[in-house]
Structures are given as C-alpha cells and as structure tokens.
Design a protein around this ligand. Structure first.
Ligand SMILES: [Zn+2]
Ligand SMILES: [Zn+2]
Length: 138
C-alpha cells in the first residue's frame, strides 16, 4: 500500500488524514512486527519531533475503533497493533521475540461445546523457537 492508499483508508474510515496519523499508519504498514505504542513512538520521534506518546496511543485507539487496525494482546502485559485485520494466528518466538503471522482456518472451528456461546474474538497463539533462532543454536 502506498501513502495515497493509506490516506484513502483513513478517509474511508472517517478519520482526518493528518500527517501524524498517516505516519503512524504507514509505520504499521511497513512493519508487520506487531509493534507496541512505545515502539511506534520511539521510531517516529526522529521524523515527528512534536509527537507525544499520548498521540500515538489515541491515534491507535481510533484506528482500532474504525477497524483498520487490530489490537492484539499476546501477553497480558502489553497491547500490540496489527494492520493485518483478516483473522490469522500468531506465533511468538521465545528467543528473539518476533511475532509471526500464519494463516489459520478460524471458520473450521466448529465445536459442539461452543454452539450456545456468542464469540467476540478468536485468537490462536503459539509460542516456541523460530527457524532463524534454531539455526543459531546449531
Ligand atoms: Zn526467533
Ligand atoms: Zn498479526
């Protein structure tokens, strides 16, 4: 997605495409690393010296509300942000901390035990060691 597409994404979501908002969305689009507020803030500070952590936080909240970004809580300690809003699973490497996306057929979850439940969110979260970190071990 180029800057123009990102701008339209904001306009379609009824969010005024200010420079700061565009940069935050652009960061998420370029870095599929599921960044935290802190990560985004630290990386954008050199480009936008007037940026505050509160602005980053509030901007992300408005993106989540508009459903253009997903909020993911892999550990209970921190909220991470994901521009990939199609349902997918996450794998976190315990060595390097990278969170990988993988396709997961959520539509195949068809459990008898769940038939009377109303489901709000579906999260598949796996953890272990990624291929890159396994290579280092050898
Ligand atoms: Zn790893
Ligand atoms: Zn993801």
């Amino acid at each position: 997605m180029d800057t123009n597409n990102l701008k339209n994404m904001l306009i379609d979501a009824n969010i005024k495409p200010t420079f700061q908002r565009l940069k935050i969305l652009e960061y998420l689009n370029l870095n599929h690393t599921h960044p935290t507020v802190d990560e985004i803030y630290i990386n954008l500070c050199p480009i936008i010296p007037t940026l505050s952590k509160t602005t980053v936080y509030n901007t992300l909240k408005s993106f989540v509300k508009a459903k253009i970004v997903d909020e993911i809580k892999i550990e209970n300690t921190e909220i991470r942000y994901d521009i990939v809003t199609d349902p997918h699973g996450h794998f976190k490497c315990k060595k390097c901390g990278t969170i990988y996306n993988f396709n997961f057929p959520y539509n195949l979850i068809d459990s008898e035990e769940l038939k009377d439940f109303e489901i709000d969110s579906k999260n598949v979260y796996l953890s272990g060691t990624c291929p890159k970190c396994q290579e280092i071990e050898i």
